[in-house]
Ligand binder design. Structure first.
Ligand code: G4P
Length: 557
């Protein structure tokens, strides 16, 4: 990839310079203060329904950051990735993205890390893990569709993490819904208070530009051929805008006054608390409004900041290196059959080759093979700072949520798992291939593709648990294509899961329709054939342990 996209992941043989322009030596980089580098980092994920414009907007970010000269590269690269990968056949068939990757580029002397998330509710758990590594999210909504039911779960996941969320109302070049109505919808369905920073001038379909509510000016755009280069932009003061745009301008101003009256104005502290969402309108296709969002990422998204450890103590940015694993992926590319761990840097300076301590095992972990990852493409990464993501190769001993640190011990909190809603027992179709089946099951469990539940009383048939049905599909596909074992999945009648303990387990022995299973980490779960049943028991026996939170951390469902 190096060379194809200027400024993206070109850490290469030398670290990037402070300005991101030319490589500097590692010795010189060592003089750069870690907190200064952290302050330049903006790490965020895009959350959107498939087709809302995530790929297009990503590409336009690169265009405006000067990382590509003409838009078109990301799509081409995404196509390349799909053509190359193994289990991505499902992605291609369904038009969704399952794998997550990380894109890094510089903009206005800041280093922007964009973490990709699967765009489908069935992979909400995966999204949740990626969001653990992000400092903010950009939510894209198609102006014609608004908040789509299928995606609601992803947005809820964002809310559960109290992440700051920027909203982009996309596709304004086409006929769409009334933006005021969309604001109500965001507030009602997601519980986020939208605070428009820009407002459309001209109705969707005849979109002229935006009213910038920060100074009342009009930003008028003219599109370029196929939106391949930046839109031509002109800033007009309100008097001239009124003269040239007439009623379209007056309507935008009226809407803006109305928004002032109801208090829908930018408020940085509630944005940082994950309560309000600065909203921008535009069209990723024609590049209208794209620069505003990118500027907001630099100006509003919090920089990488000290992270709390499992006991709630903040690890200073300048402390020795520490980070946590938020994603594990094996066999991403048939050409590299390996285990990759994605690590979010939380403190200190990562220098490739350093030896780290792995918590909880206490074993040493060598980082000779550290990579930046975008799809199936990888570049060696030599240096990274808080906010960055490092891909560690040959990481078969690492698990999601594990901490890696240098010198000063730290343990970051575990990443919560979701209460699964779908269950199926899994057996190998061909009993002669049970070894391959077991190996695949263990690996896919480690990656969090599905949760694997076992009977503590001896039934050897494992039960798979998932949030969405497509997780089972990915499981079966990968088991067959990567491990050579076909699975026979039989739906199990359970609908709800609760974390429980040994004492409650004894009580539940006499309860019809309840079943006790255990996860690999030892957690006991009680499964119920209806959520109602679980709720009734919670109500009737407040002293029993029936916790909808499946691991330490926050409640997500
Ligand atoms: P995704 O990654 O969220 O799934 O969405 P993606 O960017 O691939 O966009 C989905 C479709 O919506 C694409 O059309 C894309 O061109 C279109 N699109 C994205 N942003 C805008 C916009 O601002 N205005 C309009 N009118 N369309 C937009 P496609 O026909 O599926 O693909 P393509 O042939 O254009 O590549």
């Amino acid at each position: 990839m190096a060379g194809a996209i200027k400024g993206v992941h070109q850490i290469g043989d030398g670290a990037r310079s402070h300005s991101g322009a030319a490589p500097v030596s590692l010795a010189a980089a060592a003089d750069i203060a870690v907190p200064t580098e952290a302050a330049r980092r903006r790490t965020f994920a895009i959350i959107s329904h498939p087709d809302a414009g995530k790929t297009t907007l990503t590409e336009k970010f690169l265009l405006y950051a000067g990382a590509v000269v003409e838009a078109g590269a990301v799509k081409a690269r995404a196509g390349h990735r799909r053509a190359k990968s193994d289990w991505m056949e499902i992605e291609q068939r369904r038009g969704i993205s399952i794998t997550s990757t990380v894109l890094q580029f510089t903009y206005r002397d800041h280093v922007v890390n964009l973490l990709d998330t699967p765009g489908h509710r069935d992979f909400s758990e995966d999204t949740y893990r990626v969001l653990a590594a992000a400092d903010a999210a950009v939510m894209i909504l198609d102006v014609a569709k608004g908040v789509e039911a299928q995606t609601l779960k992803l947005f809820e996941v964002c809310r559960a993490r109290s992440l700051p969320v920027l909203t982009f109302l996309n596709k304004y070049d086409r006929p769409g819904r009334d933006p005021l109505e969309l604001l109500d919808e965001i507030e009602a369905l997601i519980g986020l208070h939208p605070t428009p920073v820009t407002w459309p001038v001209g109705v969707a379909g005849n979109f002229r530009g935006v009213l910038d509510r920060r100074d009342g000016s009009f930003v008028r755009y003219r599109r370029t051929a196929h939106g391949a280069t930046a839109a031509l932009e002109e800033r007009l003061e309100p008097g001239r805008a009124a003269g040239e745009e007439g009623s379209a301008w007056h309507q935008a101003q009226e809407a803006s006054h109305l928004l002032d009256e109801v208090g829908a104005t930018l408020d940085e502290s509630s944005f940082r608390a994950g309560e309000s969402s600065p909203l921008f309108v535009g069209s990723a296709l024609t590049n209208f409004g794209v620069r505003h969002v990118l500027d907001a990422i630099v100006d509003l998204v919090p920089p990488a900041s000290p992270r709390a450890d499992a006991e709630g103590h903040l690890r200073p940015l300048g402390a020795p290196f520490a980070g946590f694993v938020f994603k594990i992926q094996a066999n991403m590319d048939p050409g590299h059959r390996d285990h990759l761990a994605f690590v979010r840097v939380c403190s200190g300076r990562f220098v490739r080759g350093m030896t780290l301590v792995h918590e909880p095992s206490g074993r040493l972990f060598a980082t000779k093979y550290a990579m930046s990852i975008f799809g199936s493409e990888r570049d060696t990464i030599d240096l990274a700072y808080p906010g960055d993501v490092v891909g560690l190769v040959n990481a078969s001993g690492l698990q999601i949520g594990d901490t890696l640190y240098e010198r000063e011990p730290v343990v970051f909190p575990p990443i919560a798992t979701f209460a699964p809603e779908l269950f199926a027992t899994a057996r190998p179709r061909d009993t002669g291939r049970h070894k391959q089946f077991d190996r695949g099951l263990a690996q896919l469990e480690r990656e969090g593709v599905v949760q694997v539940l076992r009977d503590p009383d001896g039934d050897p048939v494992p039960m798979l648990a998932a949030v969405g049905a497509m997780q089972f599909e990915v499981f079966a596909h990968r088991l067959e294509h990567e491990f050579g074992a076909q699975a026979h999945l039989t739906p199990a009648p359970y609908k709800a899961a609760r974390r429980t303990d040994r004492r409650t387990r004894e009580r539940l022995r006499d309860v019809r329709g309840a079943r006790i299973v255990q996860r690999a980490d030892g957690t006991l779960l009680a499964l119920f054939e209806s959520s109602f049943h679980a709720q009734r028991l919670e109500h009737d026996h407040p002293d029993w342990c029936l916790d909808p939170v499946l691991s330490a951390g926050d409640r997500v469902s």
